[in-house]
Design a binder for this molecule. Structure first.
Ligand SMILES: [Zn+2]
Length: 64
C-alpha cells in the first residue's frame, strides 16, 4: 500500500506510516468520508491524466 486516492476529487496522496490507514502525509483525508478514500498500490491505482497528485504529499507535483 503506497497510495491513497480520494475518489471524490481524483487526487493521489501518500499514506503515512501509521496504523490509521486513512491518514495521509498531508492529513487531507481526515475529513473525507471512507467511501471516497481508496487504498492501493501503483498497480491497483494507476496514474492517469485525470488523477492529480497532492502537492504536499508529492514534492514538485502541481497541487489542486
Ligand atoms: Zn496529500
Amino acid at each position: 500500500m503506497d497510495r491513497v486516492s480520494n475518489t471524490h476529487t481524483d487526487t493521489l496522496h501518500r499514506p503515512r506510516d501509521d496504523r490509521d490507514q486513512r491518514v495521509t502525509q498531508c492529513s487531507a483525508l481526515v475529513h473525507v468520508s471512507p467511501e471516497h478514500v481508496e487504498m492501493g498500490s501503483e498497480q491497483t491505482i494507476p496514474q492517469t491524466d485525470r488523477i492529480k497528485r497532492c502537492g504536499r504529499c508529492y514534492r514538485g507535483a502541481s497541487c489542486y
